[in-house]
Design a protein around this ligand. Structure first.
Ligand code: NAD
Ligand code: ZN
Length: 356
C-alpha cells in the first residue's frame, strides 16, 4: 500500500510503499476512499502540543514515533476481514469511527471512552488513513453513511463529531432567540458547529475569526453576525449585538481555536451563569481571575472529540436532513504535505479531503 508518512517531525510528509496489512482476529481491511485533513494533524505533524509558559507536550511521549501515518477522518470500503470479524459487508463503504478505546480503564467504564488511558486511535496512535488502506480493529467502528456524500461523511468522524459533542455539553434546549451563542473560529470545526447549532437550538449565533474569508463563509453558512476578533472594539461589537432587541447577553461560547486570547475574549463576554466549552488545541496557557469565576458562576469545561454513540447519532441526524454545506475541497493523497502547509498558513476554507 502507499501511505503519506511523517518521516521527521515538522518536515514534509513523504510517500512510502508498505506491505498492505492482512487483517487478523476481528480486524477489517478498509480501502480508503476519502480522509479529511484536520488541524490536529498539524499539531501532530509538528510533534508537540504547546502547553504555554514555554512548556511542550511531545507526541513521542504518547509512544508515537516517525515513520507515522496520520489520518483520523476516513471513509472507505471493506475489502477483507480477519477470521473473527462479524457485522461488516465486504465491498460496502463505511465511515470509520477512529477514537478506539481499550474498554477497561476508568474513563472507558465511566462513559468517557474518548479519553481512554490506553487508546489505539486510528491516525493519532496507530497507522491512519493518509493511505490507500487502513486497518479498523472491529466492525462496530464502521458506520453506514448511505445518503451522505462520502467526502462530507469523512469529516463527520472528527470535525462533525467534535462540534456535535461540544455543543451538546451546553444547555441548548433552554436557549431562545433572545440568547446568543458565541462560536470562536470558523475553520473546519467552527463552520460545522454553526450548522449543527442552528439545527439544535434557537439561539442567535455570533462567529468571530481573524480571517475575513472565514468570516464570510461563516455568514454564508448561517451565522447571524460575524466579528473580527482582532478588532479593538470586538468586545463592544459583540455585547452590542447580544444585548440589542431584548437580547440577554452571551449565554454560551465554544472555542474552536484555543489560544489564551480567544479564551480571554470568551470569558470576558459571557453573561452571569454562562457556559464555556474549550475545544481548540492551538495552545498556550491562560490565567483566570478566581473571585469572578465564583461571583459570575461561570461553567468552563473541556471537550474532546465524542463517543461512538454520539457519532452514530450525528450520522443519523445528517441522514435525516441536517444540512452541513461546509466548503470541502479534494486533493490527491500525494498532495498531503501541501495540504498541511496550506492549512498551516490559513489558506484552506472549510475542510480538505485527501483521495488516494
Ligand atoms: P482550521 O485550521 O480549519 O480553523 C482554525 C480557524 O481558527 C481558522 O478559521 C482561523 O482563521 C481561526 N483563528 C486562528 N487564530 C484565531 C484567533 N486568534 N482568533 C479567532 N480565530 C482564529 O482548524 P480546525 O480543524 O477547525 O481545528 C481547530 C482546532 O481544534 C485545532 O487546534 C484542532 O487541533 C482542534 N481540535 C480539537 C478537537 C477536540 O476534540 N478538542 C478535535 C478536533 C480538532
Ligand atoms: Zn481531528
Amino acid at each position: 500500500m502507499r501511505s503519506m508518512q511523517i518521516i521527521e517531525w515538522g518536515k514534509p510528509l513523504q510517500m512510502r510503499e508498505l506491505p498492505t496489512p492482512i487483517p487478523k482476529g476481528t480486524e477489517l481491511l478498509v480501502q480508503v476512499e476519502s480522509c479529511g485533513v484536520c488541524h490536529s494533524d498539524l499539531h501532530i505533524w509538528e510533534g508537540f502540543f504547546d502547553l504555554g509558559n514555554g512548556q511542550k507536550f511531545a507526541i513521542s511521549e504518547r509512544g508515537v514515533h516517525p515513520p507515522f501515518t496520520m489520518g483520523h477522518e476516513p471513509v472507505g470500503k471493506v475489502i477483507a476481514q480477519g477470521p473473527d470479524a462479524i457485522g461488516a459487508d465486504i465491498g460496502k463503504s463505511y465511515a470509520v469511527y477512529p477514537w478506539i478505546e481499550c474498554g477497561h480503564c476508568r474513563p472507558c467504564t465511566t462513559g468517557l471512552p474518548q479519553i481512554c488511558d490506553a487508546p489505539k486511535i486510528i491516525g493519532t496512535r496507530v497507522a491512519g488513513a493518509y493511505s490507500d488502506h487502513v486497518i479498523v480493529p472491529n466492525a462496530k467502528y464502521l458506520v453506514d453513511y448511505s445518503g451522505i456524500n462520502p467526502d462530507l461523511a469523512a469529516t463527520l468522524a472528527c470535525s462533525g463529531l467534535t462540534t456535535y459533542s461540544a455543543l451538546n455539553k451546553l444547555d441548548l434546549a433552554k436557549m431562545t432567540n433572545q440568547d446568543t451563542l458565541l462560536i470562536i473560529g470558523a475553520g473546519g470545526l467552527g463552520l460545522s458547529a454553526i450548522c449543527i447549532a442552528r439545527a439544535l437550538c434557537n439561539a442567535r449565533i455570533v462567529v468571530v475569526d481573524i480571517d475575513s474569508d472565514k468570516r464570510a463563509a461563516a455568514r454564508t453558512i448561517g451565522a447571524d453576525i460575524v466579528i473580527d476578533s482582532a478588532a479593538s472594539d470586538a468586545g463592544a461589537q459583540l455585547s452590542g449585538f447580544a444585548d440589542a432587541q431584548d437580547g440577554r447577553g452571551i449565554a454560551a461560547s465554544v472555542d474552536f481555536v484555543g489560544l489564551p486570547q480567544t479564551m480571554a475574549f470568551a470569558l470576558a463576554a459571557l453573561r452571569k451563569g454562562g457556559q464555556h466549552v474549550h475545544v481548540g488545541l492551538f495552545g498556550g496557557a491562560h490565567p483566570i481571575s478566581l473571585p469572578p469565576l465564583a461571583f459570575r458562576m461561570l461553567r468552563v469545561m473541556g471537550s474532546y472529540v465524542g463517543t461512538l454513540e454520539e457519532f452514530r447519532a450525528l450520522v443519523k441526524l445528517v441522514q435525516g436532513g441536517l444540512a452541513l454545506p461546509i466548503p470541502i475541497s479534494t486533493r490527491p493523497l500525494d498532495q498531503a504535505a501541501q495540504a498541511l502547509a496550506d492549512l498551516q498558513s490559513g489558506k484552506i476554507l472549510g475542510r480538505v479531503v485527501l483521495r488516494p
